[in-house]
Design a protein around this ligand. Structure first.
Ligand SMILES: NC(=O)c1ccc[n+]([C@@H]2O[C@H](COP(=O)([O-])OP(=O)(O)OC[C@H]3O[C@@H](n4cnc5c(N)ncnc54)[C@H](O)[C@@H]3O)[C@@H](O)[C@H]2O)c1
Length: 460
């Protein structure tokens, strides 16, 4: 350790040497050093998980206008995914992409190599399937990186607890963390939230949320072909497997669940639910081997007794409803008119969405995916408090609570899901391509599905 002329270590040197941080804060509440980027500094970005969303998030990061920003490293489990993403981001953001072959990393340990290319105060985008989020978030915190991570950020109780500890650590280290629950950055929903807070809707008595459409993403999976390992099959088709994604329930339904709970400014304390697998085959007739139900219906209850009803369905040919509603003592609000947070949001007098009774309607059409990036990068440049990790974990947990209620056929409380000891895929921090898949199929090639009323302590 360096010392100055008087034989004492200067504060700057002490901090630079790193080991003194804990000792300094123990001595008298001295703040931990921030990984702070000055306003005009170059912010370097890396992506971990170069699929559809990772590529989109990278372009939005590079589109922020508050100062210089570059993508400098990419990591993916698979080369084909990484290459496709590199090409599409390069097309959209050309000069801001500086990722030579030497900074493109492939494999389950690629995340470390990509983050090792960054300096403290840079940003990493975590957009793999959510099962890996805690592993990657933990390393990002170790490297003092600001983080953008996609929802859901946990899929079960044990990893939620682990992530809550990591979230607190990220706050203590003054890291800025954005979570891809972009409803929170949709101006129509922000305006509606303000109006609900100011009493325009009266007391909220009931909320309703729906996401019902045909099968999307990897909602269902046919039997695994022989030329791919079980692990790769499950990682690539993550919506089909509860350990990887929380299933289509967590992956698809979290947005509507999150923004309805936000309107109430509370998380529900319990859920009871139902759901089932009506069809056993994929639309092409092949047997479906995934773990998802094709219908879900959840009744969430808040501490004051208020109910939030959520219906989810992935089924061709059935009615499509994808929107959310708040019923208050003074009127009705449409939160999302279409999709996860599509405007215009509106308030009506009475309980019908009758145009004659329209009281307010939003007009903003800005892109919430860009808004969330503008806010994160501004917070980094201006060193403003900004950390969405805790509420992202809570939203993920509340979503898991509804899913577990449907999968077990039992009432599940918030405390039960938080304290559940069923970690769906232990040891993901040590995963290699040789590790056996977290889920094994039966002799018929089908993976275990939930059995409500029969398997009740765990989901599968
Ligand atoms: N906020 C939104 O509206 C929104 C929209 C789409 C997806 N998402 C979320 O983004 C995440 C990714 O979804 P997607 O649609 O982009 O899926 P995707 O399959 O297109 O991309 C995931 C990528 O992660 C890679 N990957 C998997 N495991 C990895 C690992 N351990 N290390 C490195 N790379 C790994 C895959 O190879 C793939 O390229 C999910 O959590 C999803 O819920 C959010």
């Amino acid at each position: 350790m360096n010392t100055n002329e008087t034989g004492t270590t200067s504060r700057r040197e002490f901090l630079r040497n790193g080991g003194g941080v804990a000792a300094l804060s123990a001595l008298g509440g001295i703040e931990l050093p921030t990984a702070h980027v000055q306003g005009s500094d170059l912010i370097q970005v890396a992506i971990v998980g170069c699929g559809g969303r990772g590529s989109g998030a990278a372009v939005q990061a590079l589109n922020t206008q508050s100062g210089p920003i570059k993508l400098i490293a990419m990591a993916d489990a698979y080369a084909d995914r990484l290459n496709g993403s590199f090409n599409s981001i390069s097309k959209e953001a050309g000069a801001k992409v500086d990722v030579p072959e030497s900074r493109r990393f492939v494999g389950f340990d690629a995340y470390r190599k990509a983050m090792d290319c960054l300096k403290p105060g840079d940003v990493v985008i975590l957009t793999t399937p959510p099962a890996f989020r805690w592993v990657h978030f933990q390393y990002a915190i170790e490297k003092k990186l600001h983080v953008f991570m996609e929802k859901p950020i946990t899929v079960d109780g044990p990893t939620s607890k682990r992530m809550l500890t990591l979230a607190a650590d990220s706050v203590a280290k003054n890291l800025k963390v954005g979570v891809g629950l972009m409803s929170r950055h949709a101006r129509p929903l922000q305006q509606l939230h303000d109006r609900v807070r100011s009493g325009e809707l009266g007391e909220i008595l009931l909320m309703r949320g729906y996401r019902m459409h045909g099968p999307g993403g990897y909602f269902e999976s046919p039997a695994k072909p022989a030329d791919i390992s079980d692990l790769d099959y499950q990682v690539r088709r993550f919506h089909s497997f509860l350990w990887a994604s929380g299933g289509n329930f967590s992956d698809f339904y979290i947005h509507v669940i999150d923004h309805c709970c936000w309107m109430k400014d509370a998380w529900p304390v319990k859920a009871q639910a139902l759901g089932g697998r009506h069809y056993k085959n994929c639309p092409n007739g092949a047997p479906a081997v995934d773990q998802n139900f094709d219908t879900y219906s959840v009744e969430y209850t808040f501490a004051d007794g208020t109910k939030f009803l959520f219906d989810g369905r992935c089924m061709n040919g059935a009615q499509v409803i994808y929107s959310s509603y708040l019923h208050g003592t003074k009127g009705l609000a449409i939160a999302s008119r279409a999709n996860d947070c599509g405007g215009p949001s509106a308030i009506y007098r009475g309980q019908n969405a009758d145009p004659a009774n329209l009281q307010w309607q939003s007009t903003d059409r800005s892109n919430p995916y860009q808004n969330e990036w503008d806010a994160l990068i501004e917070a980094i440049r201006k060193d403003k408090p900004y950390n969405e990790a805790k509420r992202g974990i809570e939203a993920s947990l509340v979503t898991s609570m509804g899913r577990m209620a449907a999968h077990t056929g039992q009432e599940i409380t918030y405390d039960q899901i938080l304290n559940s000891d069923h970690e769906f895929a232990p040891g993901l921090d040590k995963l290699t391509s040789e590790t056996p898949a977290p889920l094994q199929p039966g002799p018929d090639g089908r993976y275990p599905t939930p059995k409500p009323g029969i398997v009740i302590a765990r989901e599968f």
